[in-house]
Design a protein around this ligand. Structure first.
Ligand code: IPD
Ligand code: CA
Ligand code: CA
Length: 275
């Protein structure tokens, strides 16, 4: 019997409560420092890091490792590998939406996901400005502030509201999503670029967006959000409709009903790589 089967719903719920408290704590740090935080480093020309990213990450990781010292933790600013193997892996984005944060645009979040034996089982995303706490537990649903949520029922791409984001190498790489963006802007009711992939996924889960796609994302950007979409009845895959893989960077998350239409357009928009 695998560890997922052994980790019953009560245990998962108790870990979920613990993660919710962590996310709220980090969100409080973000609220407290908003408007005072400047970039302390640049990972690329448009890829910023602030002191708040580190403050939040330290708070979250410290608490996870105190409680689960043998778990593997992959966070945006650092990785903590346990001695020996662990089938429990945490994905932590301490501040998803750092660019928004630096500019005081109130769209950012804390995102924490837990994988057990290569399966995402728990996701928590907290928006401290809207005080919206999303959580999802495998096979038990997705929730906003404790109330169950579901994806939208929009069936036609032309009636959909979509979201996307652009990779940090947008200036250097031809695979920068501009081609896909143009196609979806013409095919849908609108495309938003809100700047927090974790929240974009939660907004698909709750039906505010009907679909979201992005490329070159990192595991911590999407780990928690994909649990939310799946548990809210949505569908998650790569751009070719192959099973989603947390390391692939590509995510297409929809209400399920417009998934095929989005895959067709992504295929048509795909940049042909030179041999
Ligand atoms: C970024 C945000 C953004 C997405 C970028 C991510 P960060 O995360 O999720 O929406 O477009 O690709 O890297 O750097 O603010 O944690
Ligand atoms: Ca992120
Ligand atoms: Ca981040």
């Amino acid at each position: 019997m695998g560890k997922i089967e052994k980790l019953n719903h009560r245990e998962l719920k108790s870990i979920g409560d613990f993660v919710v408290a962590l996310a709220r704590e980090a969100g409080e740090i973000q609220r407290r420092h908003l408007g005072q935080s400047k970039p302390i480093a640049y990972k690329g020309p448009v890829d910023l890091v602030t002191e708040v990213d580190h403050l939040c990450e330290d708070a979250i990781i410290g608490r996870i490792l105190d409680r689960f010292p043998r778990h593997h933790v992959l966070a945006e600013e650092g990785e903590h590998k346990p001695q020996g193997e662990s089938s429990f892996r945490w994905y932590v984005d301490p501040l998803d939406g750092t660019t928004n944060y630096v500019h005081g645009y109130p769209c950012f979040s804390v995102s924490i996901g837990l994988e057990v034996e290569a399966e995402m089982v728990l996701g928590v995303v907290y928006d401290p400005m809207g005080d919206e706490l999303f959580h999802g537990i495998k096979d038990h649903g997705a929730f906003l502030n404790g109330r169950k949520i579901n994806v939208s029922k929009i069936r036609a791409l032309e009636q959909s509201l979509l979201a996307t984001g652009f990779p940090y190498d947008i200036r250097e790489s031809e695979e920068n999503n501009i081609d896909h963006f143009a196609k979806f802007a013409l095919a849908s009711q609108g495309v938003r670029r809100d700047g927090s992939a974790a929240l974009d996924l939660c907004y698909v889960a709750i039906g505010r967006f009907d679909g979201f796609w992005e490329m070159k994302l990192r595991p911590w950007d999407v780990a928690a959000g994909v649990v939310m979409v799946r548990e809210a009845g949505g569908r998650v895959s790569d751009f070719r409709n192959a099973p989603f893989s947390i390391d692939s960077g590509e995510v297409l998350a929809t209400n399920g009903l417009i998934h095929g239409q989005m895959v067709s357009l992504l295929e048509r928009g795909r940049i042909k790589r030179l041999p």
